[in-house]
Design a protein around this ligand. Sequence first.
Ligand code: ADP
Length: 474
Amino acid sequence: IAWTVVRNRSSTAQKTVDYKPIRSVLVANRGEIAIRVFRACTELGIKSVAIYSEQDKMQMHRQKADESYLVGKGLPPVQAYLNIPEVIRVARENDVDAIHPGYGFLSERSDFAQAVIDAGIRFIGPSPEVVRQMGDKVAARQAAIDSGVPIVPGTAGPVTTTEEAMDFCLQYGLPVIFKAAYGGGGRGMRVVKNMDEVKEAFERASSEAAAAFGNGAMFIEKFIERPRHIEVQLLGDKAGNVVHLYERDCSVQRRHQKVVEMAPAPLLDQKVRESMLEYAVKLAKHVGYENAGTVEFLVDGQGNFYFIEVNARLQVEHTVTEEITGIDLVQSQIKIAEGLTIPEIGLDQSKIVPQGFAIQCRVTTEDPAKNFQPDTGRIEVFRSGEGMGIRLDGASAFAGAIISPYYDSLLVKVIAHAHDLQSSCAKLSRALREFRVRGVKTNIPFLLNVLDNQKFTTGVVDTYFIDEHPQLFT
Ligand code: ADP
């Protein structure tokens, strides 16, 4: 196909990297992110391959790929996508060149990245060693320390006993936050404000972590009061070049999980911004980071910032960065996995300039009036908001779609791109008001309350915002 020419190696490569085109990509995932990757593949003239569980036989991601194969026959719904030998078997039987892990499922499992490579298939992501290092909160913090990046004071290693937890709290003072040493997604996390809560909180968080991640080891950090969550998007290549694609603000969270994300971060001091971007690139270069990744920071009211973690994968909120930079992150990931360098894919730090302002909200099939309980069933009526500056990334957002209880409740990501924060809020709010969804409940009323909130629309929000505004739930 003619347009694959743009992916041919140019003669300006700085360092020699083996270049081998990718002709087919299997996405070891489902739903909206699988479709997001298939779209990038199709635009690059690459064959897309889906996998699906028995429960997902009728899911849209299956239809959007050139080929699709059943995985994990007889396994429970989530396990089907977590079975490494099964995913590798399907990939080998169908001769795929590369595997994209999406987010969630196997995306942060270094044993998966290794198994993919051992099977002679390319992994679209960082090296297994970097995935392992970044997935281990203690090792990731060490990498940050080694590259001079400021971190939140925390335990030097994983903590497994209540006594060690007590010692840390006595030494550093409260409040602290307990985190699963090998976890993520806000699970296994507990904030502790009083000494008499330490024992119980530690035990509960640790058993939650053991159940969710197979390891109850905890990691303890000083709790930063009223922080903003600001993260830097990076792209690195096999030659050691790293560029940043500016930052996102993901401070609007419920239970430490992101609800609304935006780029760039509003009201952020330019010096603080530049310093965070610089540190993020430094860290990535230090660990030899390849492919797309995110360095997450907490920023306090005084403009002090602290590294919290690296997400060694594509994130749900990558869309807002794509909107403001005009760079397709998934296509960039694929090209980097082929062996093209940052300059060869046409990226030059000085020419990556953010344009306007983008916001994403995650429309879920959850009922805000019932404490965000997931709703399931058949979507009877579906109309979406459209128009200038609106992007929809979804998988089961159509009339007739069955929302099953087996997987996460994301229905569609709605992204608005406009001139500034206020106009993006107005656009997103307008688009959400155009939605008509009948048959299942959604969180749209809650999202509209957020978008109508004056603190939100003027950019003065931190991670306490949702908790401090219970009126948003009604
Ligand atoms: P996960 O890997 O589970 O996503 P993170 O370390 O990224 O966990 O933290 C998720 C969220 O939890 C942060 O965005 C922030 O709101 C809160 N959080 C994490 N660490 C701290 C801390 N030390 N102080 C205050 N809030 C924190």
